[in-house]
Design a protein around this ligand. Structure first.
Ligand code: AMP
Ligand code: MN
Ligand code: MN
Ligand code: MN
Length: 285
């Protein structure tokens, strides 16, 4: 793939098919005005936006990489795995996504029940509305809590109602890391460990997670993300070198109203790191 170091790339973005706010076409238009040359759409546990994004990228002459961000469980923690160059017609992959969708709907229903019983909020109604989304997440519910005047913003909705030890907390039960890695491999995609600096893990635990990820055939760590401190970047770069993983880069863009993570990252990386562009598979025909 042709990607000079001067090109802006983005291998982690969301549309309104999961918890982003823009349509895929509007996301691509924004990428075009930002001069992003390569763009992956990586909605949570859904491929529903890929066809629209692919068509818009073709029209805008942007190199498109079909992606997904899978939720997975490792030692009781929620871990996100970005899959790049997914085959969205692969049957095993689609049935995995379908099972996760059912879990998401069921979890929202339970959260709604708890908010109703423990916090006397109209939880059932709000959860039912949130669950209509193509890939419903707790962020959908947080937005409805804000709309209903139960929190000032989505961060407060999480802090007050949804986070651990709050009335509406329901632990997630995602497929095991191994299952997510298997389904990505089967669909011809490479696996990227998303935002490794954001998990609540000690350095030792993060090293063990990275070892498990590499052992399962993982290809890259997200090593250049908006909002990463120099210290985080150093830690992740060391893990890439130690486990011989490539480095991916993305914004995790959800919403144009969040000014600190614009679309597009530079390909330039710390010495010794190989960009994920060097290990992207060819699209399946
Ligand atoms: P879910 O996959 O349903 O657990 O929802 C996860 C999504 O909610 C994440 O991808 C974020 O977009 C958002 N989210 C999770 N935790 C928080 C938080 N503490 N504050 C704000 N947004 C959050
Ligand atoms: Mn999200
Ligand atoms: Mn994530
Ligand atoms: Mn994301």
């Amino acid at each position: 793939m042709d990607a000079s170091p001067e090109t802006l790339v983005d291998f982690h973005t969301h549309s309104h098919f999961s918890d982003g706010v823009l349509s895929p076409a509007a996301l691509v238009e924004r990428a075009r005005t930002r001069r992003v040359g390569t763009l992956a759409l990586t909605d949570h546990d859904t491929t529903a936006g890929l066809a629209e994004a692919r068509a818009a990228c073709a029209a805008a002459q942007i190199h498109f990489v079909p992606g997904v961000e899978l939720s997975a469980q490792w030692r009781g923690q929620t871990i996100h795995i970005v899959g790049l160059q997914v085959d969205e017609s692969h049957a095993g992959f689609l049935s995995h996504l379908d099972a996760v969708l059912q879990r998401r709907q069921e979890r929202l229903r339970e959260i709604g029940e708890r908010l109703e019983k423990r916090a006397r909020l109209p939880g059932r109604e709000l959860a039912a509305r949130a669950a209509i989304a193509t890939a419903p997440t707790r962020l959908h519910l947080a937005r409805l809590l804000v709309e209903g005047g139960h929190a000032r913003d989505t961060q407060e909705a999480f802090d007050r109602w949804l986070n651990r030890d709050k009335a509406g907390h329901v632990p997630a039960e995602w497929p095991a890391l191994t299952a997510a890695m298997t389904v990505l491999r089967d669909s011809g995609a490479i696996a990227v460990l998303a935002h490794p600096h954001r998990y609540r893990l000690s350095s030792g635990q993060l090293r063990e997670l990275t070892a498990a990820f590499a052992q399962e055939g993982g290809a890259a760590l997200e090593a250049s993300m908006a909002g990463m401190s120099p210290n985080d970047a150093d830690r992740i770069a060391s893990l890439c070198r130690r486990f011989k993983l490539h480095a991916s880069m993305g914004s995790d863009f959800h919403d144009p109203a969040v000014p600190w993570n614009p679309l597009g990252r530079w390909l330039k990386l710390a010495s010794g790191l190989e960009p994920v562009t060097n290990c992207l598979p060819e699209p399946r025909r």
